[in-house]
Every structure is written in C-alpha cells, then in structure tokens.
Design a binder for this molecule. Sequence first.
Ligand code: MN3
Length: 212
Amino acid sequence: MPFELPPLPYAYDALTPYIDEETMHLHHDKHHAAYVNNLNTATEGTPFANMSIDELVRNLNMVPDDKRTAVRNNGGGHYNHSMFWEIMRPGGGGEPQGQIAQAINDSFGGFDALKTEFNKAGVGRFGSGWAWVIIGSDGRLAVVSTPNQDNPLMSGIAESTGYPVFGNDVWEHAYYLKYQNRRPEYLEAWWNTVNWDAINERYNTGRTSMGG
Ligand code: MN3
C-alpha cells in the first residue's frame, strides 16, 4: 500500500489532560486510518499512488474528475492528520520559541493576538474543518480556516492558500468525548500541546518551498 498511517509519535495518553487517551485512539487508529485506506483505494493503479502526500495535495487539479473528490477528502485527511500529530507533543505549549516567535510578533503583534485570531477562526468554522497558521504569498503569517479536510496547499481549490505551518482540527471527532459542544474550551486548551520545535521546522520548510 503506497500511503501509510504513520505511528503516533508519543503515547496515546501523552497529551492528557488536554486531549484524552480514548480520543487519541479513535482519532489516529480509526479516523486517520480510514483516510489512508480510502486514499489508497482511490489512487490504486494510478500514478497518484506514487506521489508523496505533499505533492498529491498540491496537484489535485491533475486528478481525474471521477476521483478528485475522494482524493481531496482523503488525501487532505491524510496530510492534515500527519501534520497534526507532529506539531503536538507531551509537555508542549508555552511561549513560541525560535524563528516562529519573531514571525508571530512581526505578523500579529504578539502571541496573544495570534491565539485570539486563531481561536476565533476555529470557533467560526461552521461544521467541520481546520484552523491554520499559513505563510501567505506576501511571506507573512496569516490565520485562515478551511472546511472539511481541505488545506491551504490545495491551490485553486481551497478557500485560502499558502503554506500550512500548523493547524488545529475542529472536527467534533477531535474533541467531542472530552469537551462535548465546548469547542472554544478545546481550542484554548490545545495550545498546551503545541510542539514549537516541530512548528519551527515546518516554518523553515515552508519558507524554502515558497522561495523565501
Ligand atoms: Mn481529525
């Protein structure tokens, strides 16, 4: 099978009390696994099966019409969740570190302002989707949100495009067992899980890929 479910890079209970163990099992072992399986079914026997997931979500316009929706939803799901596990860690959170800290100050005027804008984007996403911090075409960071499993690499398809430095999953499957309908509480608590080292790595990758 060309696309594979990456193992969770820490224990299932490692993000407690912010994200509970049962949610992590369901989210990784069932939801993410389903995106990978469905993506493999949709791309089986096609050249898209040999692309990296990054390349695939950047080139959805190359996918034939009859497969594009399946690849958009499940390829997006695979990319987004692979990113999501990476940019969290046990003992995470705190103030931004490294180059991203400066970029946050330059683009938002400070971390508190970023959190306010990001949480608002997450609360404001009707139904299911993601809140993101992207590198925009002007090279600055910006907060956007996308519906479903779209992501900002899907140029020509997503509502907002750019390089996704990090994002938070606001589908109910990400938080409902612990937070029920309290999405704002989940968004606030989630900052205690972020892995600034991994976010700095993605920031550098994004700057390189955008030619800046
Ligand atoms: Mn999810």
